[in-house]
Design a protein around this ligand. Structure first.
Ligand code: 0O2
Ligand code: 0O2
Length: 279
């Protein structure tokens, strides 16, 4: 006879702890003004009747219910498909620290027959109870918001039809799953485009600021004519905005680097000459 409240307590603790840890990771990203791969986290402990039903289905006796690996469940919801793998990496990096990964199933790539997509991990998680150290299995499902929407609706329909979905509904769900896949793909492409535009902008503004710093340095060295010449070229490139503007900027930046290094060499020569005079 299972003493349920005692049996389930470590699972409740594990779910709460893991939810807290994952939410803290998300908050850290947000505090750093970085994109958080975690949008939100939910968790649950399976209801007692569902545990009994599943144990029966698997032929497990009362003393073996702890062999079930999804009594405690965590669901991590991400914005983009890439984020799923970032979360997977985050969890893998904790292997041997506060968790042990038992299994991984990538239903994002290997879509289930129903159309279901998600990344699943079963972890072994330590809990310090008043009776001592205990280990529980926790199932972590990682999916995008779109995948979550589909899985939630499909799950409730399956429940409504007591697991026996009429064929035409199962087919419709499969085709909506494909639409969800396309939606995720498009959202990922939009995000990638934004990121590469941001990187390009950062690169451009870095090149511009390197050029302006180098011109300023020439002025400090009293090389006003050279500085004025380079400034004219810089302004012209910015006014013309030619299709090869970026290459022109790179070229100017390189030329300035050369001019500055030439100067370094002539300073060294000048020092050598002065030292020679002093000898
Ligand atoms: P935040 O800053 O809004 O993310 P709890 O014990 O309260 O931490 P619980 O009761 O286990 O959480 O789960 P619940 O109430 O179902 O939801 C957990 C978190 O997920 C809550 O945020 C919800 O706002 C968030 N959430 C649930 N569904 C959605 C959704 O569809 N979209 C978004 N964006 N968020 C959702 P927190 O943790 O209270 O804080
Ligand atoms: P719940 O808690 O009601 O969601 P099994 O445990 O035998 O069902 P397996 O191979 O051990 O299957 O695990 P698997 O396939 O990784 O799936 C475990 C969980 O993933 C399920 O839990 C679901 O939450 C989810 N899942 C898997 N396939 C589907 C699917 O086709 N549609 C939806 N909506 N969810 C799916 P449970 O056991 O169903 O319980």
């Amino acid at each position: 006879m299972v003493r349920w409240s005692e049996f389930l307590m470590p699972y409740e603790t594990a779910v709460e702890e893991l939810k807290g840890k994952l939410k803290r990771i998300r908050d850290e990203y947000r505090k750093n003004n970085e994109h958080a791969p975690i949008e939100f986290v939910v968790g649950r402990v399976k209801q007692i009747p569902s545990i009994i039903e599943k144990a029966k289905k698997l032929g497990l006796g009362d003393e073996e219910v702890d062999k079930l690996d999804d009594i405690g469940g965590i669901r991590v919801i991400c914005q983009f498909e890439d984020d799923i793998y970032r979360v997977v990496e985050l969890l893998r990096s904790r292997e041997g620290m506060d968790l042990e990964i038992m299994t991984e199933k990538d239903y994002v790539q290997d879509v289930k027959e129903s159309g279901y997509r998600s990344y699943h991990m079963i972890i072994k998680y330590p809990i310090f109870t008043i009776q001592g150290l205990k280990f529980v299995f926790i199932e972590i499902q990682i999916r995008t918001m779109a995948m979550n929407f589909w899985a939630t609706v499909e799950h409730s329909l399956r429940y409504k039809y007591k697991g026996e979905l009429p064929a035409h509904i199962a087919e419709k769900l499969k085709s909506t799953a494909h639409e969800v896949y396309l939606l995720d793909k498009e959202m990922q492409e939009i995000r990638d485009e934004i990121i590469s535009a941001q990187n390009l902008f950062m690169h451009k503004s870095n090149t511009s600021s390197q050029i302006l710093t180098a011109i300023g340095n020439l002025e400090i060295m009293d090389r006003y004519d050279e500085a004025a010449g380079y400034r004219r070229i810089f302004n012209q490139i910015n006014v013309e905005k030619a299709p090869d503007m970026e290459e022109q900027m790179e070229k100017l930046s390189l030329e300035l680097k050369k001019a500055m290094s030439l100067d370094k060499e002539s300073v060294i020569k000048e020092f050598a000459r002065m030292e020679g005079l002093n000898d």
